[in-house]
Design a protein around this ligand. Structure first.
Ligand code: NAD
Length: 413
């Protein structure tokens, strides 16, 4: 299994081979500013005490407060959180929003916890991290297995500790406590806007077939949006596996089936596939929307898609990336493809700080305009540099971070 932080550093190295950057800058941007690890004791429902490990990594804040989600997963560790924090710094720069990059996590399988235990754990994470958080310092958000409800508990815990009533320290909150219209589908929708802008450059037509790995916030919304926009969803999966139907699904039926049965297995008229098989299915567009390290040197030769949109973070290893580049299969990199989430999170933060509430139409229009503009900048850079979209996106992001860092004092960069 690839170490995600090593993968991120390999991507950095490749970008630096494409366009020269000062050595000192590259050294600095390769390390996070701060890594925090805490232990979180939780009294479980049976009265026993269980101790969980929690993390926050703050990578770079030259362009604004640290920003990035909190992941709850049994495999989450400091290396994963470091990689995700680094990608967040680049993502906020490529999306051109006034934020730096950070990420958090807890090593836990939240499905094994009761709601009461989950709330105690979430509040415990905030107590352990409170000193470094704040609307002008570090602004977390949801990620895998963290929900608007969890953000609400965290917001409440933080306001009790700090007295801050802006609610601007966490984004992805429910609307009632300052959440933004449009934040739920923002990552999937932003991904669609990026896809709409770039796919035509590579000859992908309306009606193309789409396979999606993962059907949580990102994958589930993407499935509905791509179907609505005239694409055919031929495969979709959750952590237990997926389903395939060559002539396409009605996505609302699949989501309703999963809600009722808790699984996709047995969906009428579909073939059951494993998550690995899903990646290798015949389709025009492949959308990994689950976890990292899914397309690797082991399965890359089997990929049949003509175009890949990375809605998950880090789903393709650097080795596999090179093979896809040689085979001329365009990959829209995570730091651009899934930047719609953090963009609308930033709108949420801005609304909270100004005491405003914007309409859904205003939020989505602004997202469309900004993400489309940045997608074209990355595409044009890839053409000018004769390179892939990932290296181009890294170059654009690194240039923006480097420019911001130039104005800092040497010893406080
Ligand atoms: P989620 O918890 O809502 O959903 C995750 C989905 O992945 C679930 O359907 C789960 O069943 C599935 N899954 C888990 N393990 C899997 C496996 N091994 N194979 C296939 N499917 C598996 O999480 P999410 O918010 O949808 O995040 C998904 C990805 O998108 C992550 O990489 C995350 O970092 C990234 N992302 C999320 C956001 C956001 O706004 N939520 C923003 C940017 C990037």
């Amino acid at each position: 299994m690839n170490n995600p932080f090593e993968s991120a550093l390999t991507q950095l190295q490749r970008a630096a081979q494409t366009r020269k950057f000062p050595k000192a800058f590259l050294e600095e941007i390769a390390s996070p500013k701060r890594e925090v690890r805490i232990s979180i004791p939780v009294v479980m429902d049976n009265g026993d005490m269980q101790v969980f490990e929690g993390y926050r990594v703050e990578h770079n804040n030259a362009r604004g407060p640290y920003k990035g989600g909190i992941r709850y997963h049994q495999d989450t560790d400091i290396s994963e959180v470091k990689a995700l924090a680094f990608w967040m710094a680049l993502k906020c720069a490529v999306a051109n929003i006034p934020m730096g990059g950070g990420k958090g996590g807890i090593t836990v399988n939240p499905k094994e916890l009761s709601k009461k235990e989950l709330e105690a754990l979430s509040r415990g994470w905030v107590r352990g991290m409170a000193d470094i958080l704040g609307p002008k310092k570090d602004v977390p958000a949801p990620d895998v297995n963290t929900t608007p409800e969890i953000m609400a508990w965290m917001t409440d815990e933080f306001s009790k500790i700090s007295g801050d009533t802006t609610n601007a320290t966490f984004t992805g909150k429910p609307l009632e406590i300052g959440g933004s219209e449009g934040r739920g589908p923002a990552t999937g929708l932003g991904g669609y806007y990026v896809f709409r802008t770039l796919s035509e450059k590579y000859g992908i037509k309306k009606g193309a077939t789409v396979a999606i790995q993962g059907m949580g916030n990102v994958g589930g919304n993407a499935a509905e949006i791509f179907e609505r926009e005239g694409y055919t969803i031929v495969a979709i999966s959750d952590s237990k596996g997926g389903i395939y139907k060559a002539d396409g699904f009605k996505v609302s039926d699949v989501l309703a089936y999963k809600k009722e049965k808790g699984t996709l297995a047995g969906f009428p008229g579909a073939t059951t596939v494993s998550n690995n098989e899903l990646l290798e299915l015949p389709c025009d567009v492949l959308i990994p929307a689950a976890l990292e390290n899914q397309i690797t040197s082991h399965n890359v030769e089997e990929i049949k898609a003509k175009f890949i949109l990375e809605l998950a973070n880090g789903p393709i290893t650097p080795e596999a990336d090179e093979v896809l580049f040689e085979k001329n299969i365009p990959v829209v990199p995570d730091i651009l493809a899934n930047s719609g989430g953090v963009t609308v999170s930033t709108y949420e933060w801005e609304q909270n700080l100004k005491g405003e509430h914007w309409s859904e139409a205003d939020v989505l229009k602004r997202l469309d305009t900004e993400i489309t503009k940045e997608s074209l900048i990355v595409y044009e850079r890839s053409v000018a540099l004769k390179t892939d979209l990932r290296r181009a996106a890294f170059v654009v992001a690194l240039e923006r971070i480097a420019s911001a860092m130039e104005y800092k004092l040497e010893d406080s960069k």
